[in-house]
Write a protein that binds this ligand. Structure first.
Ligand code: ZN
Length: 242
């Protein structure tokens, strides 16, 4: 049996405590809605971390024991310390997977990894979202149909100012006419990154079985592999140059 994938689910965890409606949807926070689902699947060892814990719950030791970090942030991106962001960045380049959810497109770690503004269009009017699968053989869409729908969602629309994804997994359609690249894969160093759009806090999106399945699949995909270490710098020839 292969080793379990060690997942840390990180959440800003403010809306659930300050907004009654959101608190009712996620009484234990979005991190636990996602984390508890992952715990029910085989192959994951799950812990959670939140903004208001010391070092945001992401000490050197926690990150060293994290294979895949799942990130949800919205109103408090600026409160995440640069020191912790740099620490995550080093771990990602060394192979830790990162799954950035919904409004985390503006998180410090995602914009640092992308190098662009990561801005987008948005509208909050409870529209339906239809997510179309683009890459049918990709592990992230295992068990997912040709498309799936979220009955009520916040709209995100193009242009989405990101670098061209290495692999585009989902494109979303909204009744207002917009489309959006809602599932994007990147490699940075040895780290695999997946941006996944669903997750506006006022809707029960992390109770949706398709959304949860994609997150679990993505955690499996983003886990580090036991690959070669890159070797940099001055190099002796392998062949005889004489
Ligand atoms: Zn939102």
């Amino acid at each position: 049996m292969s080793k379990p994938i060690r997942v840390t689910v990180w959440n800003e965890y403010r809306h659930e405590k300050t907004n009654e409606q959101i608190g009712q949807i996620y009484p234990d926070g979005m991190h636990n809605a996602i984390g508890n689902y992952l715990k029910e699947q085989s192959g994951f060892e799950v812990r959670t971390a939140t903004l208001d814990e010391p070092e945001h719950g992401l000490t050197e030791a926690v990150l060293a024991e994290t294979d895949v970090l799942i990130w949800w942030g919205h109103g408090a991106h600026g409160e995440v310390s640069d020191e912790v962001v740099d620490r995550m960045h080093v771990r990602i380049l060394d192979g830790m997977g990162l799954i950035c959810l919904h409004s985390s497109h503006y998180s410090k770690i995602f914009t640092k990894l992308m190098g662009t503004s990561c801005s987008l269009k948005w509208r909050e009017s409870g529209e339906k979202e239809r997510l179309w699968v683009i890459e049918h053989g990709h592990p992230i869409v295992e068990g997912i149909g040709e498309y799936f729908e979220i009955e009520h969602a916040e709209m995100y629309g193009e242009p989405f100012d990101i670098p061209e994804p290495d692999t585009l997994i989902f494109v979303s359609w909204f009744p207002g006419g917009e489309v959006f690249r809602s599932g994007c894969c990147y490699l940075r160093g040895k780290g695999k990154i997946f941006y996944f759009r669903p997750g506006h806090e006022t809707y029960p999106i992390y109770h949706n079985p398709d959304v949860l399945r994609v997150i679990a699949n993505a955690a499996g995909w983003a886990a580090p592999i036991d690959g070669p270490q890159p070797v940099f710098g001055h190099s002796q020839p392998i062949e005889n140059l004489e």
